[in-house]
Design a protein around this ligand. Structure first.
Ligand code: PLP
Length: 481
């Protein structure tokens, strides 16, 4: 492809994306295709000769789009948001255009140094402690996911625990509300299931019980085990619960246990000074902290930030220097090689998209985006609270609201079944997409606001749809059909 051909195709591709974003509300939020439909629409064998871009664009519209769930749709309220934005898309394009592989400082100094600048900027934007900054003991890096971030933190924590006691079996502490990536990280790190300790949660807030954590750690120490890491969550996936980091940190600091903070979704909220209470205790106690701009901060997947309070244990755990990577810059000790902060060797130039996002929106624009999401979630919560046909779960300070429709006369299992039926009907309607979770083993609906396109009228229309589907469910229940 010549530069001129690239320019022409690139303009058309950008036009296609702009048109898509402009007409996104015409599509059903949740893809309605049955399994196998996308594959069946495409040839089983690759083309022998190259094809024109027109043919590809036609297939994008005809085959691919029907199989897309539109995460950027203003009616997308499922899971957590996976924000995209114009500057982030352009940042991805620029990154692809440069085609850099930034495993070492020497393989592209700008890739490393821009990353250092944006992670330090982000630490400042979120009000994180100064020792998380690269010009202090710590530092941040861009990982592909919060799952990788917790794995990397765990590997560093295990190394530290083993340095304290080479033979004692390590243990890891989390609640049943923690994200599954913590358990997965433990498996990848080679820990047996019995190395995991499930800490109780407060039955009302679903946040970790620091008293139970202390008791578990005390018992493990007494049994000769080596408590290695506690993972506290700020904003759990099911309900947005916020573990009490300060009180948890008092326990981990007392025992010298690594404290990892998973703020994958909620961490973005700290761009608003009035929401920084969520990080209370992080400055004093956290060894590592993760948040995903690819969830709620307008930056296309993938972009997960991991900071450490002290970079030495992380680098000691992950740095291996084969002869073919030796170079003068690394040996001078004057540069960062981010390959030593992550699982893979190679790395994308992800800093570009975050840099574009921060420069386009500024601190003020980022905070406005979060405040809008929180305001809309509170608007929904107020409507749910006012409706006697629904039960609102009490704690929803950010952009996630959980609630359940009430089914008079139904036993708990029947009520769950009817709630899931309601969810299926809603999502099949194409106007919105919600997901569910279980709280104390009972189904709740999760409504996560976060798309930059979502306005009051989208939330109000969604609420009308939910109420209508409850009415429909009551009628079906009444006739027994
Ligand atoms: N932690 C929490 C609290 C999450 O909600 C999620 C995903 O929703 C993750 C971790 C995993 O995120 P990622 O896809 O970046 O690995």
């Amino acid at each position: 492809m010549t530069p001129e051909q690239f320019r022409a195709m690139g303009h058309r591709a950008v036009d296609w994306i702009a048109d898509y974003l402009e007409r996104i509300e015409q599509f059903p939020v949740l893809s309605q295709v049955e399994p196998g439909r996308v594959r069946a629409g495409l040839p089983a064998h690759p083309p022998r000769e190259g094809e024109p871009f027109d043919a590809v664009l036609a297939d994008l519209d005809r085959v691919v789009l029907p199989g897309v769930t539109h995460w950027q749709h203003p009616g997308f309220f499922g899971y957590f948001p996976a924000n995209s934005s114009g500057p982030a898309i352009i940042g991805e394009l620029l990154s692809a255009g440069l085609g850099v592989q930034g495993m070492l400082w020497a393989t592209s100094p700008a890739c490393t140094e821009l990353e250092t600048v944006v992670v330090d900027w982000m630490a400042e934007l979120l009000g994180l402690p100064a020792h998380f900054r690269t010009d202090d003991r710590g530092g941040g890096s861009i990982q592909d996911s919060a799952s990788s971030s917790v794995l990397v933190a765990l590997v560093a924590a295990l190394r530290r625990a083993r340095a304290g006691s080479a033979t004692a079996r390590p243990t890891v502490y989390l609640t049943a509300q923690a994200h599954s990536s913590v358990e997965k990280a433990a498996r990848i790190a080679g820990l047996d299931a019995d190395a995991l300790r499930v800490v109780d949660v407060d039955p009302d807030t679903l946040a970790m019980d620091p008293g139970h954590l202390a008791a578990l750690i005390d018992a493990d120490v007494a049994a000769g085990l080596a408590p290695a890491m506690v993972c506290a969550t700020i904003g759990t996936t099911a309900t947005g619960a916020i573990d009490p980091v300060r009180r948890i940190g008092e326990v981990t600091t007392r025992h010298g246990v690594w404290l990892h903070i998973d703020a994958a979704w909620a961490g973005s909220a700290a761009v608003c000074p009035e929401l920084r209470w969520i990080n209370d205790g992080v400055a004093e106690h956290a060894d590592s902290y993760c948040m995903d701009p690819h969830k709620w901060l307008l930056t296309n997947f993938d972009c997960s930030l991991l900071w450490v309070a002290d970079r030495a244990p992380l680098i000691e755990a992950l740095s291996i220097m084969p002869e073919y990577l030796r170079n003068r810059a690394t040996e001078s000790g004057a540069v960062i090689d981010y390959r030593d902060w992550q699982v893979p060797l190679g790395r994308r130039f992800r800093a570009l998209k975050l840099w574009l996002v921060i420069r386009w929106y500024g601190a003020r624009g980022l905070a406005e985006h979060i405040r809008t999401g929180v305001r809309l979630a509170q608007h929904l919560a107020a409507m749910v609270a006012d409706d006697p046909g629904f039960e609102l779960l009490p704690h929803h300070p950010l952009g996630l609201v959980c609630f359940r429709p009430l089914w008079p006369g139904a036993d708990p299992d029947d009520a769950d079944r009817r709630t899931l039926d309601l969810l299926e009907r809603l999502n099949a309607g194409g106007q919105l997409y919600l997901t569910h979770a279980k709280v104390h083993d009972r189904v709740v609906l999760r409504f996560a606001v976060g798309s930059p396109q979502t306005r009051d009228h989208h939330v109000e229309a969604a609420w009308r749809g939910i109420r209508e589907q409850r009415e429909a469910g009551l009628r079906v229940g009444a006739t027994g059909r």
